[in-house]
Write a protein of this length. Structure first.
Length: 296
């Protein structure tokens, strides 16, 4: 049975940890509100832009769609893995890592054997994981989520787009957590490049066929619309991941606080039992000593 001092030390340690996890939960809750608002506000804009793009691409007179729609034999693959810069957020980062590993094993196994699967890591946790396992890393972006903005996010998108245009990569895929609610994040795998042509049975809900008047020309409009759509796609993924991170951390810290409370109950019970046992032992020693003196 542990001593009273050991139990007291453990109680103080768990109580301090509980205070930290409770504070982290409150911080994540405050950050979640802002991140969730940004993510929700971006969805209508991204959805509408995708609807316009779908209508344009379904126009029979569009013609050449440019380099970002070129489909080539898939030899070189780039996977954009979106994780967080900090831990203590449950399975948030491990789920992305597992999804990337599963994607490589199931879809790009042949390219991986030839060393032609490259990771673009957004977030320190993903970078550290793939670096430890000697996975080919071409670029990393950290500290983006501290001041997440379109200007910061488009840098990563432009890097991938430039690599695809130079035929350094034949396919680019994004893996990230999509925010559903505080307790639920959904792993998404989206093809970033080449641009997927919308099919009749996979059009975005609410999209209707429309005719456009192009000014100054179709080619110039499309050349501006496609890159912007791709950058918005990555920015939206980062916003979703940021909201998911704070939701996952809030849930994890809430659970940790509850577990600390349960552990404190057990430690207090152990402390009381140990204390009672010590008192009983002292009483027995006193009684035994008094009997010895009386018999002596």
């Amino acid at each position: 049975m542990p001593s009273l001092k050991e139990v007291r030390n453990r109680i103080n340690s768990v109580r301090s940890t509980q205070q930290i996890t409770k504070a982290m939960k409150m911080v994540s809750a405050a950050k979640l509100r802002k991140a969730q608002d940004k993510s929700i506000q971006m969805r209508p804009y991204s959805r509408r832009l995708s609807q316009i793009l779908s209508n344009v691409l379904n126009n029979a007179e569009v013609g050449n769609l440019g380099v970002y729609a070129q489909k080539r034999p898939v030899n070189q693959v780039l996977i954009i893995a979106v994780t967080s810069d900090r831990g203590l957020c449950g399975g948030f980062n491990s789920n992305v890592v597992k999804a990337v590993n599963a994607l490589i094993a199931e879809k790009y196994a042949e390219q991986n054997r030839k060393g032609k699967v490259t990771i673009l890591a957004i977030g320190k946790k993903g970078r550290d994981y793939f670096k430890r396992r000697n996975q080919k890393l071409i670029e990393t972006y950290t500290e983006l989520f501290g001041k997440l903005s379109f200007e910061n996010a488009k840098t990563a998108a432009e890097f991938a787009m430039e690599g695809f245009a130079k035929q350094e990569f034949d396919e680019v895929v994004i893996v990230y957590n999509e925010f559903k609610n505080v307790a639920t994040q959904i792993i998404r795998q989206e093809q970033f490049l080449p641009l997927q042509m919308p099919q009749e049975d996979t059009k975005i809900k609410g999209t209707t066929k429309a005719d456009y008047l192009y000014e100054p020309s179709k080619e110039e409009i499309i050349s501006e619309l496609l890159p912007k759509t791709l950058k918005i796609q990555l920015y939206r993924s980062l916003l979703e991941s940021n909201a998911s991170e704070h939701g996952a951390r809030m849930t994890a810290m809430d659970k940790a606080t509850e577990n600390a409370g349960e552990l404190l109950k057990e430690l207090r019970l152990t402390y009381n039992r140990t204390r009672q046992a010590a008192i009983t032992k002292e009483i027995l020693e006193i009684v035994g000593g008094a009997e010895a003196l009386a018999n002596g």
